[in-house]
Design a protein around this ligand. Structure first.
Ligand code: C2O
Ligand code: CU
Ligand code: CU
Length: 511
């Protein structure tokens, strides 16, 4: 393994969200410790050698997060967040998407290479309350940590905030051969990083906390656990970090500056393991890391921090020695040649607060902003022009693809950006070059993953065209969705308040 240990966050410090006027710093809770909730694995309805059948149900419930009153929360197959969903590469997956919520939602498979826009589950695939829709797809991508979240524009942010976010784990034979911990729940756990503010009676209040640059709260919540600890019973533990926050960047490091090894990024295993003491994740990014507790005696405690606030503890127990050296090379990354003469896409993310835009426009659900031919490998140059007071990092995400990060302002990408990604933090004044290809035709969204920015219009969509099989798609429009939301709430459209609406109104733009 590369000897070098990286000790910085790489991103531009003046652009950290901590410099924004509306920043809400994390505060260590004074409530009792709780054992970290490890999401249960969702049980398939049926599983054969070739096919797996699931029912994924979005539901409203209550969760004991703090002493006293339970918090009203939403989740998939459980009251908060979701059971973890396992896919095996090569299998056909069949899912009933059941909406038991009082309002419409969509089921978006973030990071999954599936056809758009319906299977992908973005804003064009609403499931209305009481309805069940069915999707089928084949898993064709390598082992990775992905996630499922709601995506009903312009109310994605509020639904994710209510709890609609679940880990998705893809497994394959390549990953199975590598010397990684993979005993789920024991030495291999999802770590979903979120933050919330608790109001009266331990409730969340999205509107009270609303900020067009992204809603934050002072309390870290990990896998839906406040003030959490994990019992370490093996020398090595694999953490599948997911930044599931609406807006917060997590700047992670352990006590004693404990060195950890990143083995995977958003879309799968890295070509080489990379050692870090510090790691920054922007919204929607994933990083799988292995933490080695060999230097800790039973009874000791290791703390995970974001900035300088403790967010989780690891209580070390007796474990068997397990001194595994990771190989220098983990997997081969497919890096296809760019299609000669293909156009280079130029994408500009600009603004903050209500002024956020993508290519000087706000999102239009019925407008196709770019096209790419199926089979082509094309460069996408993504620029963040925001230089207001140091600007901010916009996490750029594309549906339906795992791309490669080629360069940052012409320089090498960060050391953990040599594998597949679907979300990349773009610094102010920076152009990140991506190499992008698709496995399926369809309409796919691309946007900033600060969720209030996407709801606020920092989003666009492309059509991937298969010239041999031209297709037409029924694209929803904001008005239809807003009318449905208003009806479900028993109010007039004029009285409706959804996260993204104010951005369009303040900029005097149509949705
Ligand atoms: Cu996490 Cu439009 O996606
Ligand atoms: Cu996505
Ligand atoms: Cu943004």
């Amino acid at each position: 393994m590369t000897k070098k240990t990286y000790t910085d966050y790489f991103f531009d410090e003046p652009a950290y969200n901590t410099h924004d006027g509306g920043y809400v710093p994390l505060v260590e809770p004074d409530t009792p410790e709780n054992k970290l909730v490890v999401p249960e694995l969702l049980k398939p309805d049926k599983d054969t050698a070739t096919d797996t059948y699931y029912t994924v149900e979005a539901l409203a419930g209550e969760t004991q997060l703090l002493p006293g009153a339970k918090t009203k929360t939403w989740g998939y197959n459980t009251s908060l967040l979701g059971k973890a969903i396992l896919f095996e590469k090569g299998k056909m997956i069949h899912i009933d998407l059941k909406n038991s919520l009082p309002e419409l939602t969509t089921f978006h498979w973030h990071g999954l290479n599936v056809p758009g826009p319906y299977v992908d589950g973005g804003c064009h695939a609403p499931v209305y309350p009481g309805e069940t829709k069915h999707i089928d797809f084949k898993v064709i991508q390598p082992a990775a940590t992905l996630w499922l979240h709601a995506h009903p524009c312009p109310s994605t942010a509020e639904q994710v905030w209510h709890g609609l976010a679940a880990p998705v784990i893809v497994k394959d034979v390549e990953e199975a051969k590598l010397p990684f911990p993979r005993n789920y729940g024991v030495d291999d756990i999802p770590v979903v990083l979120q933050d919330r503010k608790f109001h009266e009676d331990n409730q969340w209040d999205y509107n009270a906390d609303y900020d067009p640059d992204g809603v934050q709260g002072p309390t870290a919540m990990i896998n839906g656990t406040v003030n959490s600890y994990f019992d370490v019973t093996t020398q090595r533990v694999r953490l599948r970090f997911l930044d599931g926050a609406n807006r917060r960047e997590w700047r992670l490091h352990f006590s004693d500056d404990l060195v950890f090894t990143q083995i995977a990024s958003d879309g799968g295993i890295l070509p080489e393991p990379v050692k870090f003491t510090h790691l920054m994740l922007t919204c929607a990014e994933r990083a799988e890391v292995i933490v080695d507790f060999k230097d800790y005696k039973p009874g000791s405690e290791v703390t995970l921090y974001s900035d300088d606030v403790p967010i989780m503890k690891f209580k070390v127990h007796e474990f068997k020695p397990d001194n595994v050296e990771l190989p220098d090379h983990l997997v081969d990354i497919n890096n296809p040649e760019a299609t000669p003469d293909a156009p280079i896409h130029h994408i500009v993310m600009s603004g903050m607060d209500e002024e956020v835009m993508m290519d000087d426009k706000k999102f239009g659900m019925q407008r196709i902003d770019s096209t790419q031919q199926l089979g082509n490998v094309e460069y996408w140059d993504v620029t963040n022009t925001n230089d207001m007071e140091g600007g901010m990092v916009h996490p750029y995400h594309m549906h339906g693809t795992q791309f490669l990060v080629i360069s940052r302002n012409g320089h090498e990408p960060y050391p953990n950006e040599h594998g597949y990604k679907d979300t990349v933090g773009v610094n102010p004044g920076e152009t990140v070059r991506l190499k992008v290809w698709f496995d399926y035709a369809g309409v796919f969204m691309y946007h900033c993953h600060i969720i209030e920015h996407e709801d606020g219009g920092m989003m666009a969509q492309l059509e991937v065209i298969d010239p041999e099989h031209p297709q037409t798609y029924k694209l929803m429009d904001h008005h239809t969705l807003m009318k449905a939301f208003a009806e479900e709430r028993g109010i007039k459209v004029e009285d409706l308040h959804l996260a993204g609406m104010t951005s369009y109104e303040k900029m005097n733009m149509d949705m």
